[in-house]
Design a protein around this ligand. Sequence first.
Ligand code: FES
Ligand code: FES
Length: 198
Amino acid sequence: MSAARKLGATSGQLPAVVAMHPITLRVNGTLTQVEVAPWTTLLDLLRESLGLTGAKKGCDHGQCGACTVLVDGKRINACLSLAVMKDGAEITTIEGLSAGEALHPLQEAFIEHDAFQCGYCTPGQICSAAGLIRERRAKSADDVRELMSGNLCRCGAYTNIVAAIQQVMAAERDPGSACGEAGEHGERGERGEGEGKA
Ligand code: FES
Ligand code: FES
């Protein structure tokens, strides 16, 4: 792939040569080298170039959370993140959360609690929940609601989503309490670069 690409000119415009930037990412555990235009978002790179269509494009403006992925373990809105800025980062998408055929505990819990309906928001919700649990800031259901508030669900599955997340938080805190009361605890860290949610 060349480092520069000639864009087709539309009538009245001169052709432009765009410098492409080579970047290396580790995506779901696989070292991936690509060339990206300066304006390519991480979301577009994942979906359109790498074929990872789990992360969804909802608003494309950082308002719905459908595009949430984990970058170096932190949840971000991929639609607000330029791919070129993530050179060298470790990216985890919904496709990379399971361990082979074994679903991630959050995926299991979402199924168990019927926490998705149409499923459009679900990849973002689950990636965001994974980040939230890792952040260890949530202590209650209200905390989970607040810390997940950047993820919108048009199908109104919020109650079941909170229950699923709390179940996994409780299991992590006390591995013996499998289906226990969705406990109180968790967290959510900072989301940098304007990529975060409310
Ligand atoms: S697509 Fe809505 S926040 Fe990214
Ligand atoms: S399940 Fe439909 S948008 Fe959330």
